[in-house]
Design a protein around this ligand. Sequence first.
Ligand code: ADP
Ligand code: MG
Length: 447
Amino acid sequence: MENLADRQKSWNKTLNILKAELSAQNFKFWFGKARLGEESEDKLIIEVPSTYTKEQINTKLRGVLEKAIEEGFNQKIPYQLKVNQSLEGNKGDNVLELSSTYLPQNTQISGLNSKYTLENFVVGLSNNLAYAAAQAVTQNPGTTYNPLFIYGGTGVGKTHLMHGVGNVIVKKNPALKVIYCSSEKFMNDFVQSIQTKKTGEFRAKYRNCDLFLIDDIQFISGRDSTQEEFFHTFNELQGKNCQIVLTSDRPPNEIEKLEGRLASRFQGGLMVDIQSPDFDTRVAILKAKCQERGDLLPEECLTLIAENMPTNARELEGKLLQIIQTSKLMHQPLTVESIRNFLGQPQPSNKQIDQKKVIPTINQYFNIKMTEILGPSRKKGFVIPRQIAMYLLYEECKIPYERIGQILGGRDHTTILHGVDKMRNEVNNDREIQKMLLEIKQVLASN
Ligand code: ADP
Ligand code: MG
């Protein structure tokens, strides 16, 4: 068997499971003084203070204990109870020890990951609705929005948000029972329970909780018997006002081979989607992840990564880690240049920009006509491209103001001076402009 420390850990886990299964009084009475006995090859020796306790556990609590051991030790192990009267004087210290460790261990059993909280979930335009819904659920679980159905592409934070809900609820009330599982685990558990003829246990487990978090429900598609079982689980839980939260990569009506009655159940509460994070949210997520890890990166570096990884939060985080680790390995400080190298992005300043291409490229980027960028209109849709043109022609192509004025449809040099100045300011303060400029420069550099 495992070493002593592992054995003790598994035993503690077993006790926690028992504590979750039994009422507080019963637990204290039957297992409050129990302790792990000497090590034995093929069975678990558990010491209890009296013959009476031993007999009662063996007759009344055998099933519960066996199940808790199996879960606590991750395998089926027969147990043997031994009387050790000296434990009688032992003032039920299992209970004392447990009350302090109960919370985190309980969350472990429920499958919750304490790393994912609502506090460290970055809220932005792409996810604020889902975040608000998650918060509402934690305030009135089981009543207002039941079920809560969160959907969105991969890596956008669905799982994170779901654990966040669970963590708030357990923190508020540690006695509540939370189950977090993927729909695949639900399915595997169900299939296994049929094979081992333990569907009763399966149902006892999944139909007795206060919060049921089921991740990636789309994988249930096409599994008829699992869908049937899930339907009944769902109904029973909902009937008991158990809060249900589901996530999926798409809305219910787009999940192929999903029974109609399930789809309509899923739509019966609140459905919210999470979009890919916009630029500001990506920067904020990067900042948060750096803070969590205690890594300090200059703001401009984070901006650069966020600009070049317009994808999901998971990839963003992965890239950030990769960059940080590489720089540590190579003892290189993290600077805009080193990150550019890492991202494999051409250094914009290295290549001379062809001035003749500047205006056509900008027109193409903003989808506007030559007459519009050169013309007199002060519409924002034309002014910004025009000012970007001024800025690039001046800063990158080193063309004097007067000449730029001529190129841009005969404008006065003070207009150009003003435009360049304004862009210089925006480049430092406006992220959208930063992003546009970078993308335009990239096109220009690749031509
Ligand atoms: P999904 O379940 O939608 O595929 P996850 O919840 O697993 O995505 O998120 C992937 C990673 O991105 C996780 O590490 C998560 O913490 C992080 N993440 C996603 N969205 C956010 C957010 N808004 N704030 C903080 N971290 C986020
Ligand atoms: Mg997920």
